[in-house]
Design a protein around this ligand. Structure first.
Ligand SMILES: Nc1ncnc2c1ncn2[C@@H]1O[C@H](COP(=O)(O)OP(=O)(O)OP(=O)(O)O)[C@@H](O)[C@H]1O
Ligand SMILES: [Mg+2]
Length: 220
């Protein structure tokens, strides 16, 4: 479904990705691992169409993402992708409910359907009583659960997660990953997750290990 071929990228004189190929099948969970600076985030951004690699090609459902215009690529991201970063990065002026609703509004889903889906998801994530609060008024774990809800509410084909538990303690991190995993599985959403956590990586269908911008190991 998502295929990267022979990706190469450099920031100034530093080569960050070199000859990288990755394939993500529909509904599959892929973990990107490797030491700090090995190129994991750069690869994730290339796969998600957030960064255009200097070399190589990324295709989603057979279409070359690099050949799309900015508007087309950004529509693809809105419709087919979801994102969870290390910190929740919710819109501070909006309540949790409004934040989670945003992807559905962008896709012009009717308000009745929107509130039904958002309500069910918030309930499921244990956020119902916090739905009317702004991000600053909830805990880091609660905000990150809302970020997970926002990433999956529009039933994307792929959720990209860059160390989604990096800012949380163990217990909260486990909850966040469990719900992300469970929801993605139910919906048939693929997961591409950068993680330093071996335990987390072992739950993925496949692990891609980077070192100095190259894939050095790939394990099922
Ligand atoms: N915008 C940028 N400008 C310049 N150099 C960058 C930029 N982004 C990343 N780099 C460099 O590219 C290399 C790979 O960075 P990247 O963020 O992909 O690594 P990473 O594997 O995600 O590391 P970490 O585990 O620390 O997040 C690093 O040497 C980094 O300093
Ligand atoms: Mg990174």
């Amino acid at each position: 479904m998502l295929v990267a071929e022979n990706l190469g990228h450099a920031f100034q004189a530093t080569t960050v990705l070199s000859g990288v190929g990755v394939e993500v099948r529909a509904g599959e969970a892929v973990a990107l691992v490797g030491p700090s600076g090995s190129g994991k985030t750069t690869l994730l951004y290339c796969l998600a169409g957030l960064l255009r690699p200097d070399r190589g090609k990324v295709s989603f459902q057979g279409k070359d993402i690099g050949a799309m215009g900015d508007a087309q690529r950004s529509e693809l991201r809105q419709r087919s992708f979801g994102f969870v970063f290390q910190s929740a990065e919710l819109v501070p002026e909006l309540t949790l409910r409004e934040n989670v609703s945003l992807p559905l509004e962008l896709q012009k889903i009717r308000s009745g359907e929107r509130s039904r889906r958002v309500g069910a998801l918030l309930e499921r994530l244990g956020l119902a009583e916090h739905a009317g609060k702004r991000p600053a008024k909830v805990s880091g774990g609660q905000a990150q659960r809302a970020a997970v809800a926002r990433a999956v509410v529009h039933r994307p084909a792929v959720v990209f997660a860059d160390e989604p538990t990096g800012a949380l303690d163990r217990a909260n991190g486990d909850v966040v990953v469990d719900v992300l995993w469970e929801l993605a599985r139910e919906q048939g959403t693929a997961i591409v997750m950068v993680t330093h956590d071996r335990g987390l990586a072992s739950r993925a269908d496949r692990t891609v290990e980077l070192l100095d911008g190259r894939v050095v190991a790939e394990a099922p």
